[in-house]
Design a protein around this ligand. Structure first.
Ligand SMILES: [Zn+2]
Length: 374
């Protein structure tokens, strides 16, 4: 019997959870990482793949996705969408509400190879697209939302609310307060989607608590994190100091190169770098999380290791999954993203139709999920 089922030979292993950046072989046995060393022998492995010239990262953890395919209009099929593109763990952010969660668990979470955690929408019918889910508030029910979140604590890690004008109209403050209440009753964080909202962002930020998440943080839309002179709002700094997390959530309307660049220059780093990949954003401009990460590395100039950390170890920890995701340490499930760094000229687009030329692009080569090759 070979010692290992699978050997990934000769890649650059980049694992911020272990402060590791080296050319190393990675061995996998029974779906678990069982070895990492510069020269593991081919002859000890049932199968070996030459990954020299690639970057071997922990399977990506995407902190903002929509995966309730066939029920929520935004939903994509997780296994078809994420696993071939380096992402092995996702957070679905509020596709389901208290009424529709059982279907999400049964038809999506339990049947997917992708590891899934979710936020529960404070709208009990979940998220909708054609008509914003909070234009009417008939389905707003913080008590029921909190109760269902508690009953499903293995899956639900937070509450979600969307506050843009097309989603909530002028109801956004009322919806926010209901979501705030649900999160408090359930004792879990709240994720706030922001952009072109009715209520000023400063008012919302002041009501956010440590552990809460502001998503779409680098939106270029009206009422964003900047004042009219392009300086970060003092309320943003106050929230970050209190322990509020800021998440990228690129999507189709919520990432602007100028906002991101100005925020980074003023010292605001996103806690998590996520895609907001959904049925409408995936074809353009998101494509996948690696493309979003490429914008931060090659256009905005963040170090690759810091970008990988914010798409692996940090979100894994926020999801309570640090033991099983976001790391290549020996003993962890073999969730691995093998990534190529292409060189050339690549036109990368933000969500406001601005493009930048990039000399490099991260693209998927292969993914392992619990040792299985995709
Ligand atoms: Zn989203």
């Amino acid at each position: 019997m070979p010692k290992y089922d699978l050997l990934l030979k000769g890649g650059r292993v980049l694992d911020p959870s272990q402060d590791l950046d080296c050319v190393c072989d990675v061995a996998v046995t029974k779906g678990v990482i069982t070895g990492m060393a510069p020269d593991l022998s081919w002859t000890d492995a049932g199968r070996a793949i030459d990954v020299s010239g690639t970057i071997v990262m922990p399977g990506l953890v995407d902190f903002h996705t929509h995966a309730y395919w066939g029920v929520c209009e935004y939903g994509v099929d997780p296994d078809l969408t994420f696993l071939p593109r380096g992402t092995t763990t996702i957070l679905d952010v509020g596709s389901a509400g208290a009424i529709t969660l059982p279907g999400f668990r049964h038809y999506v979470v339990e049947r997917s190879r992708t590891r899934i955690k979710a936020l529960l929408h404070v709208n009990t019918a979940g998220m909708t697209h054609s008509v914003g889910e909070l234009i009417g508030l008939q389905y707003l029910d913080p008590e029921r939302t909190a109760a269902v979140a508690k009953e499903n604590a293995d899956l639900i890690v937070g509450i979600k609310v969307r506050l843009s004008r097309n989603v909530a109209g002028e109801n956004d403050w009322q919806a926010f307060q209901a979501a705030r209440k649900a999160a408090e009753l359930a004792g879990i964080p709240l994720m706030v989607h922001f952009g072109s909202s009715f209520t000023p962002l400063a008012q919302v930020l002041d009501a956010m608590r440590p552990g809460d998440i502001l998503t779409h943080c680098f939106s270029g839309r009206a009422n964003n994190i900047m004042d009219e002179k392009g300086r970060l709002l003092p309320e943003v700094w106050a929230a970050v100091r209190r322990g509020v997390n800021v998440d990228v959530g690129h999507g189709m309307g919520s990432f602007n190169f100028d906002t991101a660049s100005a925020a980074l220059k003023q010292g605001l780093l996103p806690t998590t770098i996520s895609s907001d990949l959904h049925a409408y954003s995936q074809p353009y401009p998101v494509i996948d999380l690696l493309t979003v990460m490429s914008k931060f590395v090659y256009v905005l100039g963040l170090p690759l290791g810091e970008v990988v950390r914010r798409a692996t170890a940090v979100p894994a920890q926020l999801l309570g999954l640090a033991d099983v995701a976001g790391s290549l340490r020996v003993g962890a499930p073999a969730d691995v993203a093998v990534v190529r760094e292409l060189a050339g000229q690549f036109e990368l687009w933000d969500a406001d139709k601005n493009s930048r030329l990039s000399p490099n692009l991260l693209t998927p080569f292969l993914t392992l999920r619990a040792g299985e090759v995709f």
